[in-house]
Design a protein around this ligand. Structure first.
Ligand SMILES: [Zn+2]
Length: 77
């Protein structure tokens, strides 16, 4: 269940991102981050998180760690 454990780590990071977004809700970029984080959490729940929405290939872990909220691989993003 290695993948599930790393997903839990990402959820924790996105939780922090959401708290930051709430604290900075007047900042347009923070609101966008907040929406992305909520969207990413929904994708974790329906098991589509970590896959590119463009080409449907798995997104490399290094990219997910740099941009946990991304929904595209480097080619499609
Ligand atoms: Zn792609």
């Amino acid at each position: 269940m290695e993948l599930d454990q790393s997903a839990v780590g990402r959820v924790s990071r996105m939780d922090a991102l959401m708290n930051q977004g709430i604290a900075e809700a007047s900042d347009r970029r923070a609101v966008t981050d907040l929406r992305d984080a909520i969207d990413a959490l929904a994708r974790i729940e329906d098991r589509t998180y970590g896959f590119c929405t463009g080409c449907r290939e798995p997104i490399p872990v290094a990219r997910l760690e740099a941009m946990p909220e991304t929904r595209h691989c480097a080619h499609c993003g």
